[in-house]
Design a binder for this molecule. Structure first.
Ligand SMILES: Cc1ncc(COP(=O)(O)O)c(C=O)c1O
Length: 386
């Protein structure tokens, strides 16, 4: 099979050591070996989420984690403030409705970030059981200021602060305990660089004490965290079979994340993202996200006039680089580059090279090579390519 470089916003490129872990002999989920490995995995996951609360690993995708976060902390007829800046913010509002609660949607123009001020204003008008937000909405490449919004939520309400970090955990700073995040969710397939298939959830002590004293059941059998809590604390117990080999893989990924060091990892994502953004500017293309709130994990870029989505992505892929199209109202208008997980300077160079060659082939006029030169100058002056 031809080697291809995944520069999509998940799934991302998986290291050979993680792939090897997937193919290890499957053990009993209650064997001592597996239980010890799972215990260490949960403990490493707490370090990545930066919490002393509880972590949960469930078989499922990020959407399962979003739904579990909602169903466990919101009940029918509760009011929920859904902060929307893209497709995944909208998804939180849909899930809220599914579970019989009432969404109150505050939406900003896509490409802009939710501001602490509009959250404060909303919280002054009404009381909510929960506030949901997506840190990096993958559809726009905007990073919302979840730390500052967390302060506003804590100062102005009793609401649970539910944050989707599917597209940031392990690539950009996320501090569950320090940032007042009650429920934080992620998936395995983005910055964590494990294949898709695991829903990752962290809850702080406040959320945990709500769960432990909750009288009613969550309207979600598999995703009821009270069904899982005894298991996550005592892994020899059974509720539903854990995805043993995926947990081997997660174990391996978390080890390499912690070995790199979270701060180093955030820095690497920032440096590579900056180089990519500089190149995009040089090519005369426009980034969707407001410059003050760009994500370091994904960049969404408007097509220049005359360049067609399908044709462009096809010929970029023919050059060995897979990039993504737009979602929702931005479909056909933008392309998205995922630059998270295991990527390095070479990957950014190859991606910009493939983009330049493809743009030229489709008749877009620009100074050929200027993007590549920008990446080289940026990266060679700050980091050594590995
Ligand atoms: C920010 C964000 N939240 C949630 C999801 C949903 O995750 P999944 O596709 O794994 O269900 C995605 C998927 O891309 C995402 O980017």
């Amino acid at each position: 099979m031809e080697r291809e470089l995944l520069m999509i916003p998940g799934p991302t490129n998986v290291n050979p050591s993680v792939l090897e872990a997937l193919s290890a002999p499957t053990k009993s989920h209650v064997s001592q070996n597996f239980v010890e490995l799972f215990r260490e995995t949960l403990s490493d996951l707490k370090k990545v989420f930066m919490t002393k609360g509880e972590t949960f690993v469930l078989a499922g995708s990020g959407t399962l984690a979003m739904e579990a976060a909602t169903a466990n902390f919101v009940e029918a007829n509760d009011k929920v403030l859904n902060l929307v800046s893209g497709v995944f913010g909208q998804r939180f509002a849909e899930i809220t409705k599914y579970h019989g609660a009432t969404p109150s949607i505050v939406e900003v123009p896509w490409g802009k970030a939710v501001t602490p001020d509009i959250v404060k204003e909303a919280l002054e008008k009404d009381e909510y059981k929960a506030v949901t937000i997506v840190h990096v909405d993958t559809s726009t490449g905007v990073a919302n200021p979840i730390k500052d919004i967390g302060e506003v939520v804590r100062e102005n309400s009793e609401a649970f602060y539910i944050v989707d970090t599917v597209c940031s955990l392990g690539g950009m700073e996320v501090r569950v305990d320090d940032w007042n995040i009650d429920v934080c969710i992620a998936g395995s397939q983005k910055c964590i660089a494990t294949p898709p298939g695991l829903a990752l959830i962290a809850i702080n002590r406040r959320a945990l004490s709500f769960l432990e004293t909750r009288k009613s059941q969550a309207n979600f059998y598999y995703g009821d965290l009270n069904n899982w809590l005894p298991i996550m604390r005592e892994l020899t117990r059974y509720f539903a079979t854990p995805p043993v080999n995926m947990i081997y893989a997660l174990y391996q990924s978390l080890k390499s994340i912690l070995e790199e060091g979270l701060e180093n990892r955030f820095r690497r994502h920032y440096v590579l993202a900056e180089a990519l953004r500089t190149a995009i500017d040089e090519l005369g293309l426009q980034i969707v996200a407001d410059r003050g709130h760009v994500a370091d994990t994904v960049t969404a870029i408007y097509y220049p006039k005359g360049v067609k989505d399908q044709a462009f992505r096809r010929i970029v892929a023919e050059r060995g680089v897979v990039i993504a199209g737009g979602l929702g109202p931005l479909a056909g208008k933008i392309f998205r580059i995922g630059h998270m997980g295991n990527i390095n300077a070479n990957d950014i160079l190859v991606t910009i090279g493939a983009i330049e060659a493809s743009l030229r082939e489709l008749g877009y006029r620009f100074e050929y090579g200027s993007g590549l030169q920008a990446v080289q100058e940026k990266l060679l002056s700050r980091t050594k390519a590995k």
